[in-house]
Design a protein around this ligand. Structure first.
Ligand code: ME8
Length: 673
């Protein structure tokens, strides 16, 4: 096999006019996941992200915040970086367009374009949209921008122009000859029709403000912010530097393999950027992958709409892996997808806690209990067709997962991996290893060993495949499997049957403790507090002067580090758990899962609506002692007020409830502590 080569992947560089939200996290996490997997596939990978700091939009935001553009950019860029570090993203470099290396490289590119005759001086008179940093094709002063609807501003100035019109033919040829240059297909078609409709020369300098990179030799002009921004992809890897190390780096990594972007900036990346590069006679990126939008409350999540959700809120409650998993699983890559706290918690509980978490904890704890924590020998005599079916499914899963991932179909790849998780969880339930463990004969023991070996091997395979998506939790499962450091894993060679026999397991612990119902409320409250804090800042109530948006500052990292889902004893003490006795139980009309219960708590009787109808006949519950969360805020279910929650274990993929109870007799009203 050929030695795999290099792989260079980039995110857009984000504007510093507002703080990061989960839309930015989405692209950055997608790139991080690809970069991690490419490294595991032994590619020499370079992953770049950064911030876009020049332009009128930033200059105005800084003025509104009462500081210099540089101070403003330093602060917000720092917040992006701090967030990515907190999320342990694996970027190799973070470029800022205000750095000397970028300024030098950008000016070198500008000079080269001039020398090659692609930039000339002319005069521009027309409308400009400051929000989109875009020259637009409308004529009336103040007419709305066709992209975003905001009023445009009239610009009349002497400018440098780029000969974009000369690039129409070469661009169309590029798209035709390289069908994978723009993905997905829908975006490619849009770009082709835009270019076919005709390209006019592009103004690439401004004189009406100064926050930008000066045009070399004509310092009253600053370079157009999109030319400045796009150039980051080459300046970050050494373009324009004389240092031999930088030159070598540029030669090694350019052209980029993937520029990943959101669909609203396709034109800049698929038309302007290749046009600039062709004019400079530089190689073109291999592909531009445009994903859809993350929607919140039915519209695109964005700082200007103020409908944003901050990553910090999710990191503080459910951790980075949950956010990563959700973004890549929930949104079909390329299309738009909605974010909601409900959907996040549901995914976490269904796929991570009940799915992978359950597979891991029950497989590993049974091996600990029945085989002294050593991977048992799967005796061939004790095999049956169901074990072979798991092995076959695992092999198919590996092949499909790789193929789907390579096409950036993250959601489908995860669905494939979770197909194996569900199948093995079902296999365990069907074979009831816990029942076999109670039998003493040799055949049962051999069968038990085979089932647990098969489950552990499937767990190893899923863990390896999804490591780039949920790096932290899979590293923990890997250690619990006794396999040590997951970064040493040979992903290209991953196959069924590599789990070493008699491996001693590590300490077995739950990796994804289920999220309780209060998690959603807690997240919503955190968002509200952060939005309130941001609003206070924008009205000048808090110093230093803040950003002119609804975005909030990065939350300080909580000292109790809730990312591993621990709470303090004081947090636990807030939950009032009491013993109650069921007095009345009946089905709720029109809801096949719900029962209405009246529960005696000693001091009062509460009405509780519980989703346990499929597991319990109402008659059998009367007189039964149950555990109630007594201080939960009341809520309505099917029009009935539920004044508390009944505590139950949740089994299997379907979450079958089993009520908590006591072996000893306990008085009604007793508190659990
Ligand atoms: O456009 N859904 O910066 P920007 C999905 N500086 N992705 C989203 C998103 C959402 N709701 N909101 C933001 C710029 N993104 C320029 C780029 S590159 C040379 C210059 C992500 O801060 C997505 O990747 O407006 C989108 O393209 C990018 O953030 C826009 O970030």
């Amino acid at each position: 096999m050929d030695k795999p080569g290099k792989y260079y992947i980039t995110t857009p560089i984000y504007y510093v006019n507002a703080r990061p939200h989960i839309g930015h996290t989405y692209t950055t996490v997608a790139c991080d996941t690809v970069a991690r997997r490419q490294r595991m596939m032994r590619y020499d990978t370079w992953f770049l992200t950064g911030t876009d700091e020049h332009g009128q939009k930033i200059e105005r935001a800084a003025v509104a915040a009462g500081c210099s553009p540089q101070e403003f950019a330093d602060r917000v860029s720092g917040e992006f970086r701090q967030l990515w570090e907190r999320m342990k993203l694996s970027y190799d470099d973070f470029i800022r367009t205000t750095e000397p290396r970028h300024i030098r490289g950008m000016q070198a590119l500008f000079k080269r374009l001039m020398e090659r005759g692609y930039i000339y001086k002319g005069s521009y008179s027309g409308q400009y949209c400051v929000f989109d940093e875009l020259y637009v094709d409308v004529t009336e002063p103040g007419a709305p921008c066709p992209e975003c609807g905001r009023p445009t501003e009239t610009v009349k100035e002497e400018n440098y122009f780029f000969k974009l019109s000369a690039m129409e033919g070469p661009l169309l040829k590029l798209y035709t000859e390289n069908p994978d240059f723009i993905r997905p297909e829908a975006r490619r078609n849009e770009v082709i029709s835009f270019v076919r409709s005709g390209l006019r020369d592009l103004s690439v300098s401004r004189t009406t403000f100064s926050w930008g990179i000066p045009v070399p030799g004509d310092e009253k002009h600053v370079i157009y912010v999109w030319l400045d921004a796009l150039a980051n992809y080459i300046t970050a890897i050494g373009y324009g530097s004389d240092d031999p190390k930088d030159k070598k780096k540029f030669e090694r990594y350019w052209p980029a393999d993937v520029h990943m972007i959101g669909k609203e900036i396709v034109r800049f990346h698929c038309v302007y950027w290749p046009a600039f590069l062709m004019a400079a006679e530089l190689p073109l990126p291999k592909s531009i992958i445009a994903h859809g939008w993350l929607l919140f409350e039915e519209s695109k999540m964005s700082k200007s709409r103020g409908n944003i959700v901050r990553s910090e809120t999710i990191l503080d409650t459910l951790g980075a892996d949950t956010l990563r998993y959700f973004l890549l699983r929930e949104i079909v890559f390329g299309g738009d997808g909605s974010f909601s706290f409900d959907a996040l918690v549901q995914r976490f509980n269904a796929d991570l806690a009940n799915g992978l978490g359950n597979l891991s904890s029950r497989t590993l704890s049974m091996i600990t209990r029945y085989f002294d924590g050593e991977i048992p020998y799967p005796s061939p005599g004790a095999r049956d067709a169901s074990d072979d079916a798991v092995a076959e499914l695992a092999a198919k899963t590996i092949a499909e997962f790789h193929a789907q991932f390579e096409q950036f179909q993250f959601s489908r790849a995860l669905e494939t991996a979770w197909g194996l998780v569900a199948a093995v969880n079902k296999y365990i339930v069907e074979h009831e290893p816990w029942a076999l463990a109670e039998k003493e004969d040799q055949d049962s023991r051999a069968r038990l060993a085979t089932i647990l070996h098969t489950s552990a091997e499937a767990l190893r395979i899923v863990t390896a495949l999804v490591h780039p998506v949920i790096p932290e939790s899979t590293a923990r499962i890997w250690e619990q499997l006794g396999l040590g450091d997951i970064s040493k894993l040979n992903l290209p060679g991953l196959a069924w049957g590599q789990l070493p026999l008699h491996t001693k397991l590590g300490k077995v612990e739950a990796v994804f403790p289920r999220a309780d119902k209060g998690t959603i409320e807690r997240m919503q409250q955190m968002e509200q507090e952060r939005a309130g804090q941001a609003a206070a800042e924008t009205t000048g109530e808090s110093k230093p002067a803040a950003l002119p948006t609804a975005a909030a500052p990065v939350a300080p990292v909580a000292p109790a580090a809730p990312t591993n889902n621990t709470i303090t004893i004081d947090d636990f003490a807030k939950v009032e758990l009491r013993v109650g006795q069921v007095k009345v139980a009946e089905k709720v009309k029109g809801a096949d899962k719900l029962l209405r219960l009246e529960v005696d708590l000693g001091t009062e009787t509460r009405q509780v609506v519980a989703g346990i109808a499929k597991a319990y006949d109402p008659e059998k519950l009367i007189g039964r002692k149950v555990v109630i969360v007594a201080n939960l805020a009341p809520r309505k279910l099917r029009g009935l007020e539920s004044q508390g929650m009944i505590v139950a274990a949740s089994l299997g993929d379907d979450g079958v409830p089993v009520l908590a109870g006591f072996l000893e007799d306990v008085p009604v009203g007793a508190r659990l502590k």
